[in-house]
Structure formats: structure tokens, C-alpha cells
Design a protein around this ligand. Structure first.
Ligand code: G1P
Length: 296
């Protein structure tokens, strides 16, 4: 079975970022930098690398900084050009190339990831699509892939028509969407049929340690499931609940991550990402490492 190539991705960025307060009272979490690049830029780069050129960003007007950033601060470029600082100028990459389109949707009510995704239905209509959660960054330094995880998931979808969910093993399963698979042990680069998914199970409901990592590829049938779900965990419309309905009708596969991911939507994950990316920084990595060693 070969399905149509997907080129549309939803990046949900309307959430309030309460786990990162107080900074998120004014700065959207998607604009928090890992070294000098905001989280949203990592997501955009990953989408482009995977051929997802039609980006739908779900946001809120109070998070206008994301749109300002993506709109490109042309004044900086003009200033640098005038100053003939062409070395700096050439190093600043445009935030996205002209063949990429970003469409913004302002989500009316913030009541869950399921609801955020559904708000893109009038644009995508009854078509398959991908989802990239911008607070999760996949470590570009530790993955030796020729192609990244998202590209591999898209390829798998194209060949099988089966929705794909990126997963990884975690200890703190109560903080994530958790999947239970047919094959209990998952191996590098092997996908498995999902039997059950639960959003943030209670601490005493330790039925699996495989968590959803924030990358999804969906068949068009997810739309009708998204329309069916009721408020779930934390009284929010959960994407995970729509996936649980989908697996009752068709095969949905878990795709084990290659490389590392960081959850920058919480303080510890954000700090870890910052340090790790700092250590790999081309110019300052070595000196940063030396300094870290000296203080611990
Ligand atoms: C969301 C999803 C959850 C997933 C997590 C990380 O939760 O609902 O299933 O495991 O992202 O990708 P959130 O972090 O928004 O609470």
C-alpha cells in the first residue's frame, strides 16, 4: 500500500506553559532559547528536513512573539548589511526558506492538545498530517541517522498507511502519554502495533514505560476521532484519547526514537537540553565543558 506523501504539519503552540512560570507569563515557552536558538526554530528546522513545507502553527495572540520572530527581524539584517558585518550576516540563517508556508490559527479556547489539533481541520480538511510538539527537541547531535525520526515515520506511513507515534522509554511515566505495544520489548528501528494508550496514567497504573515523544503522523481517520473525544485527563480534550479510539479501527504503530530527546516544557528537561546543546556548541563547547568540570 502506498499513500499520498504528507507535506502538512501542525505545530501546536497555544499552550500557557504553566510548568515554566514565571518566565512564560510574558515569553512563550516556544521562544525560550537553547543557547541562542529558540525552541520553535528547532521544530521548524525538523519539519523542513522531513519535507513538511506546509506548516500550520496553532497559537494565541498573547504569544505574538512567536509570529514576530518567524516574520524575521528585517531591521537587524539591514543594520548588519549597512555596517558591512557580512561575516555575522552570512551566519544568521533566515528562519525559514521561501518555499515553506506558515499559516497561523489562533486557538479560541485552550482546552487540550486534541482541541488544538482539531482547530486545524478547516485548513487541512480530510487529509493525513504530521504533528510536532515544539517543547520536545530531538537531539541532533546524538542521532547518527542519515534521515531523522520524523522522516522515517513519514516514510513508514507512506508505505503502510498506518499512523505512527514516536516513543521512548521513561521512568516518570505519569507525566506523559503512555503506550502499550504488542511486542513488549522494542528494538532500535523496529515499530510495533499499539494495543492501548493512556494520557498520564496514575502513579499506581504502571502498565508500560513507553512514552509518547511529541512526534506523530496521522491517517485522515484521526479527524473523526478528534471530533468524538470528551474531556479526559485534567478535564482537557486529549489527543491521546483520540489515538485510543483510532486503534480500535486500524493499526497504529509505535516508532522507537533513535537518538535522544529533551522535554523543554519542564524546568529540569529545559536545563538538561541547554547544557547538552551548550556542550556540543561549535565555538564554545570545549571551553564550556572545561568550565562545567571546574565547578562540579
Ligand atoms: C503532551 C501529550 C503527551 C506526550 C507529551 C510529550 O503532553 O499530551 O501524550 O507524552 O506531550 O510529547 P504535555 O507535555 O503537553 O502535557
Amino acid at each position: 500500500m502506498t499513500t499520498k506523501k504528507i507535506n502538512t504539519v501542525i505545530i501546536p503552540a497555544a499552550g500557557l506553559g504553566t510548568r515554566m512560570l514565571p518566565i512564560t507569563a510574558t515569553i512563550p515557552k516556544e521562544m525560550l532559547p537553547i543557547v541562542d536558538i529558540p525552541l520553535i526554530q528547532y521544530s521548524i528546522n525538523e519539519c523542513i528536513l522531513s519535507g513538511l513545507y506546509n506548516i500550520i502553527l496553532i497559537t494565541k495572540s498573547c504569544k505574538y512573539l512567536i509570529e514576530s520572530y518567524l516574520d524575521c527581524n528585517i531591521n537587524i539584517y539591514k543594520f548588519l548589511e549597512k555596517k558591512r558585518q557580512s561575516d555575522i550576516f552570512s551566519k544568521i540563517k533566515l528562519v525559514y526558506p521561501s518555499y515553506v508556508t506558515i499559516t497561523y490559527i489562533h486557538q479560541k479556547n485552550i482546552n487540550g492538545l486534541g482541541n488544538a489539533i482539531l482547530s486545524a481541520f478547516p485548513i487541512i480538511k480530510n487529509q493525513p498530517f504530521a504533528v510536532v510538539l515544539p517543547d520536545i527537541i530531538i537531539n541532533e547531535y546524538t542521532s547518527n541517522l542519515k534521515k531523522d525520526n520524523l522522516s522515517a515515520m513519514l516514510k513508514r506511513f507512506q508505505n503502510t498507511g498506518r499512523s505512527q507515534i514516536l516513543v521512548k522509554k521513561v521512568r516518570n511515566f505519569q507525566n506523559y502519554g503512555i503506550v502499550y505495544c504488542e511486542k513488549k520489548s522494542m528494538h532500535f528501528n523496529k515499530h510495533a502495533k499499539i494495543i492501548k494508550v493512556i494520557e498520564k496514567p496514575n502513579i499506581n497504573n504502571n502498565f508500560s514505560n513507553l512514552s509518547i515523544v511529541g512526534r506523530y503522523v496521522f491517517s485522515k481517520n484521526i479527524w473523526k476521532k478528534l471530533k468524538k473525544i470528551k474531556p479526559g485527563k485534567n478535564e482537557e480534550f486529549q489527543l491521546t484519547d483520540a489515538i485510543d479510539l483510532l486503534i480500535q479501527d486500524e493499526i497504529v504503530e509505535a516508532y522507537p526514537i533513535i537518538g535522544l530527546s529533551h522535554d523543554c516544557g519542564n524546568k529540569l528537561g529545559y536545563m538538561q537540553a541547554f547544557v547538552q546543546y551548550g556542550l556540543y556548541h561549535k565555538k564554545f563547547g570545549k571551553i564550556f565543558k572545561k568550565w562545567i568540570k571546574s565547578i562540579i
